[in-house]
Write a protein that binds this ligand. Sequence first.
Ligand code: AMP
Length: 126
Amino acid sequence: MSDSVEGYDSDNIFAKILRGEIPCDRVYEDDHVLAFRDINPQAPVHVLVIPKGPYRSIVDLAEQGSDVEIAAWVRAQAHLARELGVADSGFRILSNCGVDGHQEVAHLHMHLFGGCDLGRMIEPAG
Ligand code: AMP
């Protein structure tokens, strides 16, 4: 795991969750990954799957994370789809990155949505 990633702000709310400074509704944890329910769910199943390392986006993880961390993060998402009962009915995974992606929390997270018809992917840009 990378100790420091340039530009990573360790005061972000998910870093505080990782340090145990604020609570979360945890659904999964291993050496490299934590997953918890979104505080403002947009679907019956809405969890956030985060690597424990200090990565802002998938670009940081891909460029500076280890293969073990990357594999653990991907496997956790699939594991949770299965565990939360949406692997067969269908689900969506989505990661907002940066300004154009409207990323609110600057710690890499994959949203996992499911449990209902999620509609089309996104509205076309105007
Ligand atoms: P975004 O960075 O735009 O992909 O979205 C950040 C997500 O984090 C939003 O869906 C928020 O509802 C969620 N969120 C913010 N604070 C918390 C928290 N303390 N616990 C769980 N989810 C949170």
